[in-house]
Design a binder for this molecule. Structure first.
Ligand code: ADP
Ligand code: MG
Length: 216
């Protein structure tokens, strides 16, 4: 079976972490050799960069610095984990990846979508997702799920990005929907304002066709 790179994207609280874990379990049950990583993170170096990026005390981080930090975390993840796993025949699921930089730094922060896409191509070294699930949810609904998530993950306070105002998160959502329209063959928009089981079913239904396996 050809290994695939599958990514999960969307605003805070849309369900990326919950859905990607379910997808991993379903693929493993079906005998697909898969790993799940998150961005920023997934390597020792990238997790250190994550701490810096999410630290609510680091309000001074400039938009371009922010972008470069995400790209640094990404290039380490690609060279240390993603490319070796794919070369080894393993499918990689990634909780956020290149599209997050386009939506957050390119569109919401105003650095320019094309500019970020160019730099993404450098950082990703050709590791372009085969399928991307954009879990789309209204901003207030996603943000309202934050306390549940922090409790699950044992996180005490809102991170630097969760602290951005509603207008910022609205721009992120719009940035994601814009890139979904530009990448229709790769990006599948999944309505995430419904029960988690329904979101998971929609994703697994699509993955069944991508992997030609039965997952439900
Ligand atoms: N469709 C859904 N309906 C209700 N709760 C959900 C749904 N999707 C996720 N959740 C819950 O909301 C919280 C945030 O989900 P999470 O997967 O951490 O979002 P993200 O990783 O996109 O920020 C978690 O507690 C999760 O279990
Ligand atoms: Mg998450």
């Amino acid at each position: 079976m050809k290994p695939r790179l599958v990514t999960f994207e969307g605003i805070e609280g849309c369900g990326k972490s919950a859905v990607s874990r379910e997808a991993l379990l379903a693929l493993e049950r079906a005998g697909v050799n898969a790993v799940l990583v998150r961005e920023p993170g997934g390597t020792a170096v990238s997790e250190r960069i994550r701490e810096l990026l999410l630290d609510p005390e680091r309000r001074e981080i400039a938009p371009l610095t922010e972008l470069m930090l995400y790209l640094s975390a990404r290039s380490q993840l690609v060279s240390e984990v993603i490319r070796p796993a794919l070369a080894d025949g393993r499918t990689v699921l990634c909780d956020r990846y290149i599209d997050a930089s386009v939506a957050y730094q390119g569109f919401a922060r105003g650095l320019g979508e094309r500019f970020v896409e160019r730099l993404n191509r450098v950082a990703a070294e050709g590791a372009v997702p085969d399928r991307t699930f954009l879990l789309d949810v209204p901003v207030v609904e996603g943000l309202a799920r934050g306390p549940l998530r922090r409790e699950r993950d044992g996180v005490a306070r809102r991170d630097r990005l969760e602290r951005e105002d509603l207008a910022f998160h609205e721009r992120v959502r719009e940035g994601y929907l814009r890139l979904a329209r530009r990448n229709r063959s790769r990006v599948v928009v999944v309505v995430a304002s419904r029960p988690l089981e329904d979101v998971v079913s929609a994703v697994l239904g699509n993955l069944e066709r991508l992997f030609s396996v039965s997952l439900i």
